[in-house]
Design a binder for this molecule. Sequence first.
Ligand code: R1P
Ligand code: URA
Length: 238
Amino acid sequence: MSTPHNEAQKKDIAKIVLMPGDPLRAKLIAETYLEDAVCYNTVRNMLGYTGNYKGKRISVQSSGMGVPSMGIYSMELYRDYDVDTIIRVGSAGAISDSLSMGDVVIGMGLCTDSAYVSQYNLPGTYTPVADFNLVKLATEIMEERGVSYQTGVVLTSDLFYTDEKDAVARWKKMNVLCVEMESLALYCNAARLGKRALTMLTISDIPLKGEAMEADERRTSFTVMLESALRLAEKADV
Ligand SMILES: O=P(O)(O)O[C@H]1O[C@H](CO)[C@@H](O)[C@H]1O
Ligand SMILES: O=c1cc[nH]c(=O)[nH]1
């Protein structure tokens, strides 16, 4: 079997998957951390790899940018490849003043300006949340490693560039921590299919102050999140 977007066979993909937006981040994770890594997907350059991390079989699949792209790749992983758990490892723009560059955020719950949830035709609003056991394990790992992190509500936005200059500031009054562009589709697909998901993010920008991380600093800071996510994948009951 394969899909229009993924040429892997079912056996090629592990039950637990780390999911960065950037295909080159997937390549970097596979080449830096996985033993015997094999690239199973090159369709659209949306690279995917499977290998071993400390003896645990783990896949790394890029999602691309935005809700529609994450909607496709996570749906196919859960539904067609029998994946149980996806951990998104992404970058985000800080909204809360309490966050600094390089801080790690665990997305406990999500808010959004995306229409993705409307497909379910619900008689009210829906609250996408992370799997509780993954949140618990992730926070234990952060404490163990002495890493600075926050858990809370993350905004998944369809808009990286927008005419509405004060949009981010309006989410701030609800204590939203930061903004990224994919987790909503991931959490909704997990909920709809009875699967597990968690988002870990590294703050790479502070849009309200017009600040963006330098490339070198970005790489170093992502290491903390990536190594924590790999430890989480290693310890997760999958
Ligand atoms: O670094 P990734 O995982 O791509 O995440 C963030 O970066 C992209 C925008 O630059 C969006 O995909 C956003 O969610
Ligand atoms: O969606 C995103 C990701 C990183 N930084 C931002 O400002 N927004």
